[in-house]
Design a protein around this ligand. Sequence first.
Ligand code: ADP
Ligand code: MG
Length: 361
Amino acid sequence: MPTRPFPGSLRRLGEFGLIERFKRRASQTSPSVLRGIGDDDTAVIRMRSGQLLLLTTDLLAEGVHFELATAKPGDIGYKAAVSNLSDIAAMGGVPEYMVVALAIPGSYTIAQLDDLFQGVIRACRRHGVQLVGGDTSASRGGLFICITVTGTSRVGRPLTRAGARVGDLLYVTGTLGDSFAGLNILKTSGARTRFSATSHDGRHLRYLIGRHLRPTARLREGQLLAAHRLATAAMDLSDGLSGDLHHLCKQSGVGAEVEAAALPLSAACRWYAATRHIDPADFALAGGEDYELLFTVSPDDRDTLARLVRRIGFPCTRIGTIRPKTSGIRVTPRTGRSRFLTPMSYQHFRQPATPGKTSVP
Ligand code: ADP
Ligand code: MG
């Protein structure tokens, strides 16, 4: 884990300030690039054939995104693949090909690396993706795994972060905060041994840990939203709703209002928050790595979405409304007046490395 603090200027700039700077320097002009640096979950490129290529990469670094104390190599490989597949899901795309690059410290055993690779392969098989190459190097630091995935837009119209309009309804798939709760359990020594595996509480623990170690990419849901032209904007939640929502609003030029009481929470997450005396809404707002989709729907399409939800069991919950940019991005607590929603989610360089990319509320 890095112990030296980042220089003050980098800390001030933060991860997203740095990406903005890179974007300005690259000054992309090619009309074939429809979504480029910093715009979306994947780049969108119009190929000569006219087909749209989705391209995304994600890097996991030991001590920043994971620690061997809380995740097995197989879990790390699986999650590295899913974090990319989730970005393809956010665009409503179909993932196709993957390459995996590894930098490996000398302390790793062959058995650990077999397990790591098996995790990547399992995620590929589960999602019908072909692993076609990569790169391998020694590392003088920790383990690094960087995965790149390509995909296509079957309906020729990817979902982007840019189309939300004032009055649109804000939704998320699944439940929020489970991964964060799972990480907290893994980091709390003794938490797992306090409950028997078959007890009610033990089942909650296992569920939350599973959601942290083996997340699901919402590919089917993203593809359905794209096929039915239901989402005006979409993104995946990798850093935490309170921060990620700002990216969607920025790209769409709008504000938003989130209702804390509407945030979807699993019974397990509520139970865990109660044992820690924390408001579970904070888990949902701050916790990262849920890999659920955040999307907006025109009020005219509300009934169509409801029918889809009923017909094919599409798990989603309305959590708020898109507002004018001038209203800002706000959250209305269960009781009391609305307040500005400050990002509580993870941003590299801004805070000390917290394996799991999640900040503690
Ligand atoms: P996600 O969490 O969806 O994977 P990121 O937060 O990693 O997305 O990145 C946000 C945006 O910034 C994406 O468009 C990504 O391609 C871009 N980006 C991130 N890092 C870099 C970089 N080093 N150079 C160019 N673009 C970058
Ligand atoms: Mg993303």
